[in-house]
Design a binder for this molecule. Structure first.
Ligand SMILES: [Zn+2]
Ligand SMILES: [Zn+2]
Length: 365
């Protein structure tokens, strides 16, 4: 007989508690998804430390996990799945960035930048109001589900709404600068950080901007990561010296020419400053990494060089649809997936925190 289990939060930075019980029944307007895989994300390292300042009482007893794939196994009343192109039994990924769904920004389809997110989150797996993927069954709204394309495996599918969607949305913001350069030749794109987001970014850049028309330079402070970046399509790699001066890192990066666009998945202040100095006139940079660092920007240079500086927060639901198709069509994938049972999720989060996960760790339900 099928059973239901979930890994509940207890206190900030303390182990999750396994709880079992009745399989939840979806209320009117909702569906139930039997989970296949849940990705463990670096954001979980922050969330478990009570990143959203929920306080001890609110922090207890909810379910984290925002990278989710599974199968629709029960449909509540008042749900017309066919209107959404779905049916019972379909393989789906869950769009977690749902926010308030009650403001103009959300209604326009930009729930990723909902103004009501400030200081807390309604996103799936990120707050008590929207339990996430560290459970065997998830009750949610069908509007947040996207059918997994036939050629995509369910373990890859769970990563699409977070890391892959974020990479895609970030690169999209560089389109003007890249296409401007491509009118006269090959564009040079700097990808800073060759971790999870970076490897997807390298592959997606080739697909989005035409493999032959884009030269991808991957920068990182670890040679092993650059070796992987090369395998995933980087045309050139550059090892940044973390203790070195900015000028010498810029020099190394631009020895074959300046960059027309850059995406900074690290955002350590120094990484953004270095990337900015590598940009050609009319260049663009997008900041993605979540850190609290200061940026030194010479306003004269930004004006004279006509530089664009943008930020990016995850992705919209429309962008998720597009990137899911791109990944399926081009059979993009990820190296070194490692699988763990739900019972080990807290240990996996700790391993991520200690940087002991090489590749991606995924809960297999
Ligand atoms: Zn994530
Ligand atoms: Zn909203």
């Amino acid at each position: 007989m099928a059973t239901y289990k979930r890994a509940e939060t207890t206190k900030a930075n303390e182990p999750l508690k396994m709880v079992s019980g009745e399989i939840p029944v979806p209320p009117p307007g909702s569906v139930r998804v039997k989970l296949a895989f849940s990705g463990v994300c670096h954001s979980d390292v922050h969330i478990i430390s009570d990143w959203f300042h929920l306080g001890e009482e609110k922090f207890r007893g909810w379910v984290m996990g925002h990278e989710i794939s599974g199968y629709i196994d029960e449909v509540g009343t008042e749900v017309d799945l066919s209107a959404m192109g779905l049916q019972k039994g379909d393989p789906v990924m869950v769009y977690p960035w749902v926010a308030c769904q009650n403001c103009d920004t959300c209604r326009m389809g930009y729930s990723n930048i909902c103004p009501n997110l400030a200081g807390h989150s309604n996103d799936i797996g990120c707050s008590p109001v929207a339990p996430g993927g560290y459970q065997t069954h998830l009750v949610t709204k069908p509007q947040y589900l996207l059918k997994v394309p036939a050629s995509m495996s369910m373990d890859v599918a769970c990563m699409i709404p977070c890391s892959v969607g974020t990479s895609y949305s970030s690169l999209r913001k560089l389109t003007d600068a890249i296409e401007f350069q491509q009118k006269r030749g090959k564009a040079r794109l700097l990808v800073v950080g060759s971790g999870g987001l970076g490897l997807w970014g390298i592959q997606l850049a080739k697909v989005m901007f035409g493999g032959e028309k884009i030269h991808v330079v991957a920068a990182d402070v670890e040679q092993s990561k650059l070796d992987t970046a090369k395998k995933f399509g980087a045309d050139e790699t550059v090892l940044w010296d973390i203790a070195g001066d900015l000028e010498s890192n810029v020099q190394k990066t631009t020895q074959n020419g300046k960059m027309h666009a850059a995406v900074d998945f690290a955002c350590l202040g120094s990484s953004t400053n270095t990337a900015l100095k590598c940009l050609e006139m009319n260049g663009a940079i997008v900041l993605v990494g979540l850190s609290q660092s200061e940026l030194e920007v010479n306003t004269f240079e930004v004006v004279i060089n006509q530089t664009t500086i943008k930020g990016n927060r995850v992705c919209t639901f429309d962008e998720l649809k597009t990137v899911a198709n791109l990944v399926a069509q081009h059979k993009l994938t990820y190296p070194a997936l490692q699988y763990h049972p739900l019972e080990e999720v807290y240990e996996v989060i700790c391993m991520l925190k200690e940087r002991k996960i090489n590749g991606r760790a995924i809960i297999k339900h």
